[in-house]
Design a protein around this ligand. Sequence first.
Ligand SMILES: [Zn+2]
Ligand SMILES: [Zn+2]
Length: 360
Amino acid sequence: MRIINKLHKRGLALFMALVMCLSLVQVTALAEDEVVANDVIISEDNPQEENTHEHSYAGTVQAPTCTETGKAVYTCECGDTYDEEGEPATGHTPEVLEAVAPTETETGLTEGSRCAVCDEILTAQEIIPATGVVIPAEVQAFLDAVYALYDVPTEQLLQAVEYAETLYDLLTGEQKALEEVYQCKTALDSFRQTMTLEETVEDTVKDEKSLKEAVAKGGTVKLCSDIALNATLVITGTVALDLNGYTLSLADGKAGSVIKVDGQNIEFTLDDSSIDGTGKITGGKGGSGVPYYGNSGGGICVLNGNLVINGGTITGNTAITYGGGVFFSCSGNFVMNGGKISNNSAVGGGGSLYNLEHLP
Ligand SMILES: [Zn+2]
Ligand SMILES: [Zn+2]
């Protein structure tokens, strides 16, 4: 069909006015209007035949967007259609996307912007790399001091550990909480512990000479071997002897006590830290060296001082006079918390234990 728009043109002016009115009103959704115009339609097949059809347009108005002009589209059910240009595009409404400063470990962002209406990114934010961890000099010094411990010669280790500990003490609580600092402190503590253990090992004794030296120094003395003494072990200071499962004896053919305790206000403690409790004192053939008690206390002869027995077995000792196992004078206190005194013998009295207080 051919359409002749004679009156249509006249109608257009009317439509235009209508569109203008619609545009003035805030249109956010679709708006519809009925518009009527008179057109004369002539059949293509028979141009002479006039057929009157009254267009009936339904108009749809589209509001402008940030980037697109608004428009009105009119359509008649006959298929006739036309557009009207509406309000111009509004343009974007920029909104600032704030910059984010980078940290030591997190990346940052430059300032950007986007449209507050349509969310289109107008200026893209760019990634700013992380600044990287900046380690303060005092923290680095401590870390270096700890790492250096692994290469320090043994004889300089104590000094190096103490140096690292000094540096650690200078750190703030916040610095001490840093992961690497924490790990290095743990390593440092291990070095310190190892050295403490080595010191303990140095205190353990394997032979008569080192035993006498350790006893002379005082404190805790731990056997790490059986020892057969050539002479009585004389205790003159406060000493805790840990038999540690080993046997302390007087060598065959030697006379005297295995141990003689003789010191004012001192304490001799006998202990056995071994699991099986196999530590023992044996082979003593009493002899205090003091005329009246001569040949007393085969295992342990206490002339002066206090005696504490927490462990260990005193066995197989002899004395001609008193106390085959233990001879204890009345000068101090004798406490027995554990251990055993058995199978000792004495001719004078107190096969195992002779306490002078019991003398008539
Ligand atoms: Zn129509
Ligand atoms: Zn926009």
